[in-house]
Ligand binder design. Structure first.
Ligand code: ADP
Length: 416
């Protein structure tokens, strides 16, 4: 539906009785973290969602900063707040709503979609949130204590400030819920599984976006056995059979699997016990180290950022990149084994979309599996980057988790 191009019937009606044009409808996407509130506003076009604004408030609680760009990526505002004007998520949200209201003169916000890290075993698809659902989502905080409380904060604030605005929660875990039982287990006493200590997997909104995009753009790819490599600051892989997740590298938390910017990836559980016993480290200290000081940063001692590492001549940088590629190629093979083989490999997210060097290095290690890259296509950033005779096709497909959240929000609320 659009108000920009009225139909002939509408035009006739309008000429009979002039009225102000109705505002365009817009959907707000929110992704709240411990000290940041990322947002994106989408115009509700008849056939698709068009990004209109994209931005974030950073440093919430300590010298907050606001940045916003238009849909084409042009900076609209980049400014610091004075003093401690933005004390927490609630203050950030209230300020953002006021700013949006002042700057969206011809648009009306009709819904808000939220990224919520954990849906547990109960929430296996996006859901419209009311006070009761919010309470149930709050009960999942122990499963993701570093993220879930922050994700829920703006939902709570909006229920209080704008109860008229429908809200939808979209979960990072939901896409993986249909995995076979073996893919969801740990070999611990079974009662822990029943208590929810199981593999959930994350990055589900990214994988779902890739699955939907592939279905439209490369149907053959969507129908086969595909390994998708989401390589951003967070890193995980997903084995997708006919567009559905059957295995993934992240588990109970987003620490497991591949090494990441600052997270360790797979780690012998015995190391955690040793750190506590031999180094006297507290649970909080171990948690902080595994989430914030490990991965590429910990191994390199230089940076958590892949681009920095690729440009650095420090020995630690080389060590970290080598481990990243080594571990990633092992995990791709593990995902392939979960599907009894692989037809396609997809690279996505910051590193996957932008680093021909990492894509090339991973594919070289997987040549034994029939992964052969076309160096020129890879360097040019084409969508298909495998050699014509490669048994496994290789792709570079940009992800868009924000768009996926907006799509879900429209679907759940039947906005189109
Ligand atoms: P997030 O998980 O926070 O959304 P991104 O998906 O934006 O992160 O990915 C960030 C990572 O992508 C960083 O390690 C960054 O260095 C890497 N990256 C971005 N562009 C390039 C590039 N041209 N070459 C190598 N790495 C890149």
């Amino acid at each position: 539906m659009t108000y920009n191009t009225p139909s002939v019937a509408n035009a006739t009606a309008a000429s009979a009785l002039p009225t102000a044009p109705a505002p365009n409808r817009a959907v707000l996407m929110l992704n709240a973290g411990s000290s940041s509130l990322k947002f994106e506003v989408f115009d509700l076009q008849p056939a698709h969602l068009q990004c209109f604004l994209r931005g974030q408030i950073d440093g919430i609680g300590n010298h907050a900063h606001f940045k916003v760009k238009d849909g084409a990526g042009r900076a609209l505002r980049d400014a610091s707040f004075s003093g401690d004007a933005i004390t927490g998520q609630h203050a950030a949200l209230v300020w953002l709503l006021a700013w949006l209201q002042a700057h969206m003169v011809d648009r009306q916000l009709v819904a808000v979609g939220h990224r919520v890290v954990h849906g547990g075993t109960l929430f296996t698809q996006p859901i419209r949130v009311d006070a009761g659902i919010l309470q149930q989502l709050g009960a999942l905080v122990p499963l993701a204590p570093l993220h879930q409380p922050h994700n829920l904060a703006p939902i709570r604030s909006l229920l209080a400030e704008r109860p008229d605005l429908p809200q939808v929660a979209c979960f990072d875990t939901a896409f993986h819920h249909g995995q076979p039982p073996e893919a969801q287990m740990f070999a611990l006493p079974w009662r822990f599984h029943e208590d929810g200590v199981r593999r959930y997997g994350f990055h589900g909104l990214s994988y779902e976006y890739i699955a939907r995009t592939a279905k439209v753009q490369v149907p053959a790819l969507a129908a086969g056995r595909t390994v998708v490599a989401h390589l951003g600051n967070g890193v995980s892989l997903c084995a997708m059979l006919d567009g559905k997740s059957v295995a993934t590298t992240m588990g109970f938390t987003a620490l497991d699997g591949c090494p990441m910017g600052t997270r360790c990836g797979s780690l012998d559980a015995g190391v955690v016990i040793h750190l506590a016993r031999a180094y006297g480290m507290s649970i909080d200290a171990i948690e902080s180290m595994l989430y914030r000081d490990s991965g590429l940063l910990g191994l390199s001692g230089v940076s958590s950022d892949m681009q920095d590492l690729l440009e650095s001549s420090a020995p630690g940088a080389r060590r970290a990149v080598n481990y990243f590629v080594y571990q990633l190629s092992r995990e791709v093979a593990s995902m392939a084994a979960a599907m009894g083989g692989v037809d396609a490999l997809v690279f996505t997210a910051g590193i996957g979309e932008n680093s021909p060097q990492i894509r090339q290095a991973v594919c070289e290690r997987l040549a034994w599996m029939g992964v052969h890259m076309d160096a020129q296509a890879n360097a040019s950033g084409a969508a298909q980057i495998s050699a014509a005779n490669s048994p496994v096709s290789v792709w570079r497909i940009p992800t868009n988790e924000e768009q996926m959240i907006a799509e879900h929000t429209c679907e759940i609320l039947d906005l189109r």
